[in-house]
Design a protein around this ligand. Structure first.
Ligand SMILES: Nc1[nH]c(=O)nc2c1ncn2[C@H]1C[C@H](O)[C@@H](COP(=O)(O)OP(=O)(O)OP(=O)(O)O)O1
Length: 163
């Protein structure tokens, strides 16, 4: 591996992502600010210093949707490594969780506008383009691990691999 690649690896940051499920519905949020603005996605964000992945998942869900969960209500479903060859500093991994029970009702926050969708009508064309490669597998009950390599425009998926 070249030194350049090693340097990029060192810079990788960690994020969380979680999806609430209720019967045949899934809760997505329209991201109003920051990375992924204008896309529907689950709720999550970067780990803060000293935080565990579970703590960050609970905190981000609360900040972005008003929903409170206990760590024990988070079901781990997988991990993805997002690689942006045109912008190596964007590289990050995401730890993904499903939530079936929680406290409170979703509310609009300054970061996200929550909306329930039928699981058979997920708006993949308004989401990150990698989601259609792995979210159906997660919703089918499988645990995933994979790598996404984005194209030069940092939007299209150049390659998706399940490990
Ligand atoms: N390609 C991708 N596909 C996807 O489904 N989710 C992605 C994604 N790339 C990033 N995400 C998720 C992970 C995480 O939940 C969120 C981005 O988190 P960031 O922390 O980078 O953004 P924020 O603007 O929310 O920053 P903070 O609130 O400061 O943490 O988007």
């Amino acid at each position: 591996m070249s030194n350049t690649l090693k340097k990029e690896d060192d810079k990788m940051y960690t994020t969380t992502l979680c999806f609430l499920l209720k019967k045949d519905k899934i809760l997505l949020g329209m991201k109003k600010t920051g990375f992924g603005q204008g896309k529907y996605n689950g709720f999550g964000g970067k780990l803060k210093d000293g935080e565990t992945i579970l703590q960050a998942t609970v905190r981000e869900l609360k900040e972005e949707s008003g929903i409170q969960v206990a760590e024990g209500q988070l079901a781990y479903v997988g991990k993805l490594d997002f690689i942006f060859p045109a912008s190596p500093q964007l590289r990050h991994d995401v730890h993904i969780f499903l939530v079936h029970t929680w406290q409170g009702e979703p509310v609009e926050t300054k970061e996200m506008k929550p909306q329930w969708f039928s699981q058979s009508d997920i708006p993949y064309n308004e989401m990150w383009q990698d989601d259609i490669y792995w979210l159906p597998t997660v919703l089918a009950g499988k645990i995933i691990e994979g790598t996404v390599i984005f194209a030069e425009n940092n939007e299209d998926v150049a390659e998706f691999k399940f490990l």
